[in-house]
Design a protein around this ligand. Structure first.
Ligand code: PEP
Ligand code: MN
Length: 343
């Protein structure tokens, strides 16, 4: 439930309501607006009687939130969440008017490959460099990533080329290490419901890019975000990366519906990954343009200096030149829908 305080409610009245909630065994989440304070209840609401709360001093109204996700819900917070990223000497907002561009190879393969990728995507137009140091591969015999060494290459690329870093963390015990290098922690599709990992990235307070599981509903995605947010980390970006359907011509099916639906259900930014969404570089530009036209707050795109030599996901990686051409098109699409690329 959400408690709406009267305009001008005093600090003492607010504290009174918070004490009451806490004595019922729940946590209070305060959002202080210009005019009034809204208090959200976090936890098991069953012991709380809305009618008893409504008569407390300074309370105007009590609204039930019927959806299972609370902190992530638009009912809980009407205005969009804007996540400010400061990294590599630049600052940008995700979830505002700007459309953020994250690009880079699927995996960090060598120091040279990471630095070259960073230089090329920076030139072509990107705010953040993506690359995996820990790779979730379907086969245990496939390349698993270079681990901390790869994070060091990425940190060097951030300093050299002024890019934020987004990279995957696969296990709770990796969160501390990956957080010490990354600006945005990626939770991969296969780990969307790895609850110990969600708790750990929730405690970390770092911005999180949470990818939708390949068979997850939007509600399950939002409940996964709720796990992270329940620890006070509200810096969560949701990522639509394609879901599994009966269609076989593409690796996954980008659920374009997810963009407007999520934007209605939640205040969190929505990022689209057309690379994993299609699995084939040929289709990436069309789907990327579609995502921006549909209102995505950003894109994460795989770009490799030499896709034919990539250790993973070469078939869905754009060459830097193709990525550059796409960025130019996206500028026009963003403008047509009242947005602007952040690059
Ligand atoms: C990736 O970003 O390279 C990746 C493995 O993504 P996903 O978790 O969406 O499959
Ligand atoms: Mn990949």
């Amino acid at each position: 439930m959400v408690i709406i305080m009267k305009a001008g409610a005093s600090a003492q009245q607010i504290a009174g309501v918070v004490n009451r909630i806490e004595s019922d065994g729940m946590r209070a989440h305060l959002s202080q607006g210009e005019e009034r304070t809204i208090i959200g209840l976090v936890g098991d609401e069953r012991p709380v009687d809305a009618e008893q709360i409504e008569v407390l001093d300074g309370v105007e109204r009590v609204l039930p939130i019927l959806r299972p996700f609370k902190l992530a819900s638009r009912d809980f917070k009407r205005e969009n969440t804007v996540i400010t990223i400061k990294a590599g000497g630049q600052t940008f907002d995700v979830g505002g008017k700007g459309v953020v561009m994250m690009a880079g190879p699927c995996a960090a393969e060598s120091r040279e490959q990471v630095l070259e990728s960073a230089r090329l995507v920076r030139e072509a137009g990107a705010n953040a460099l993506r690359a995996g140091a820990f790779k979730p591969r379907s086969s245990p015999y496939s390349f698993q990533g270079h681990g901390e060494k790869a994070l060091q290459w990425m940190a060097e690329a951030r300093e050299r080329y002024g890019l934020a870093l987004v990279t995957e963390v696969m296990a709770p015990e990796q969160v501390l290490l990956v957080s010490s290098y990354a600006d945005i922690l990626q939770v991969g599709a296969r780990n969307m419901q790895n609850f110990p990992l969600l708790h750990a990235v929730g405690y970390s307070m770092k911005p999180v890019l949470l990818k939708r599981g390949m068979s997850a509903t939007m509600e399950e995605l939002l409940m996964a975000a709720e796990y992270i947010m329940s620890h006070g980390n509200y810096n969560v970006m949701l990522c639509e990366r394609g879901i599994r359907t009966f269609e076989k011509y593409t690796r996954n099916t980008t659920d374009i519906n997810a963009i407007p639906v999520l934007q209605e259900l939640t205040h969190l930014p929505v990022i689209v990954d057309p690379s994993h969404g299609t699995g084939k570089w040929e289709y990436v530009p069309a789907v990327a343009r579609g995502a921006v036209a549909a209102g995505a707050d950003g894109l994460i795109i795989e770009v490799h200096p030499e896709p034919s030599k990539a250790l993973s996901d070469g078939a869905q990686s754009l060459t830097p030149a193709k990525y550059q051409a796409l960025v130019a098109q996206l500028r026009a699409v963003a403008e047509a829908v009242g947005r602007k690329l952040l690059v």
